[in-house]
Write a protein that binds this ligand. Structure first.
Ligand code: ATP
Length: 358
């Protein structure tokens, strides 16, 4: 158990800044997800915490101790990297026991620690199997057990589920969360998958170009992204422009080409009448409407894609600027060319000042 603090942590590779003055405090036992697109600095951040990469500037504190100068093996950090290969010639038991044996712990202590961790990751009975005799998910659990058995103060997980199929991924997400809570270990998980981040973490950090754009609970980041960039990254799908014409009766009236959309005044904080704005709404928050009404736009279906648990509709002509995307359940309507009405519920519409992209 430990706290972790990053202070103005920065890494430059020649003239490229990979991590830019990052500040972060992680509480004891907390699980944080670092979320961001490729190259935004997630792995570099983990590598600095682990002691594999030297920061250009800034400090790293673990449990109140500045660890910048401590070598990796003295930091008490467990690491689970993407493609973290198991030793193919060692059994499950020996793979997990490897670090403990290096520490020269007595045999019976090693045995007991490995037994406990195997039960935690639910791999009892697999001690004697070699990696090639285990499924992908079981191998991932051995790798996780190998990191956990060392009882690190901080656990760093870099895309731990990236190589798994969809079903195993979900199973492992549940498992990682269960183990993390059971052991109460301070954890940072790196992912580029927004659903994974929100389902696993206590807090989500959205990064871009080495900087933190938003820190919040999964719900805050999922429902109330601070900018259109974060909204786009969090799967809002529909992001378009307009102009806030005026406020009336507690609503902002927003002109989008020929159409007028309405949003609660509270959603238009800091925006003046006449100002250009960017709007965002999630595909699952758009509704097919029966009749005309407020925030209902007419259009035609361009495309219908059946996705199993829902159907994705691409609708043209609602807005001059771009198509709208809807994610609907139980769609039984017609295909391309069908006229439809799309409702953008006021309370689901996010409004940003135009210049506030990132
Ligand atoms: P991904 O999701 O693709 O793994 P990431 O967010 O983990 O990306 P990093 O691996 O931290 O990104 O890389 C951040 C930036 O730093 C990238 O532009 C990368 O090319 C650059 N970078 C990383 N390591 C080095 C290095 N050793 N030398 C030079 N540039 C590097």
């Amino acid at each position: 158990m430990a706290t972790l603090k990053l202070e103005a942590l920065t890494k430059k590779f020649e003239d490229m800044t990979a991590v830019d003055h990052m500040n972060l405090e992680v509480a004891d036992g907390e699980m944080i997800a670092l979320l961001g697109g490729s190259g935004c600095g997630k792995t570099t951040t983990l590598r600095m915490i682990a002691g594999f990469t030297t920061p250009t500037e800034g400090d790293i504190w673990i449990d109140g101790e500045r660890v910048n100068e401590l070598p990796s093996y003295k930091r008490n950090v467990g690491i689970f990297f993407q493609n973290y290969a198991l030793f193919p010639h060692l059994t499950t038991f020996d793979n997990i026991a490897f670090g403990l044996k290096l520490k020269k712990l007595p045999k019976d202590v090693v045995k007991e620690k490995v037994r406990k961790i195997l039960s935690l990751v639910q791999l009892e009975g697999m001690e004697k199997r070699f990696p090639k005799e285990l499924s992908g998910g079981q191998q991932q659990r051995v790798a996780l057990a190998r990191a956990l058995v060392m009882e690190p103060a901080v656990l760093l997980l870099d895309e731990p589920l990236s190589n798994l199929d969809a079903k195993l991924r979900v199973e492992m997400q549940v498992e990682i969360k269960r183990i993390q809570k059971e052991v109460g270990i301070t954890t940072i998980i790196v992912t580029h998958d927004q659903e994974e981040a929100v389902s696993l973490a206590d807090r989500v950090i959205v990064m871009n170009a080495g900087r933190i754009l938003q820190v919040g609970s999964p719900k805050e980041v999922f429902d109330c992204p601070v900018s259109p960039f974060v909204a786009d990254f969090m799967g809002f799908g529909n992001i378009f422009s307009g102009r806030l014409a005026r406020f009336r009766d507690g609503r902002g009236e927003i002109l989008c080409g020929q159409e007028t959309l309405y949003a609660p005044e509270a959603s238009c904080k800091g925006i003046e009448e006449g100002e250009e704005v960017t709007l965002a709404i999630r595909p699952e928050n758009l509704i097919l409407a029966e009749a005309p009404g407020r925030n209902v736009l007419g259009g035609r279906i361009r495309n219908v894609t059946y996705k199993g648990h829902m159907t994705r509709l691409e609708v043209k002509d609602c807005l001059a600027e771009q198509d709208l995307y809807l994610s609907v359940h139980d769609y039984e309507g017609e295909g391309a060319g069908t006229p439809v009405r799309v409702c953008l519920p006021e309370e689901k519409l996010l409004v940003y000042p135009r210049e506030q992209w990132s």
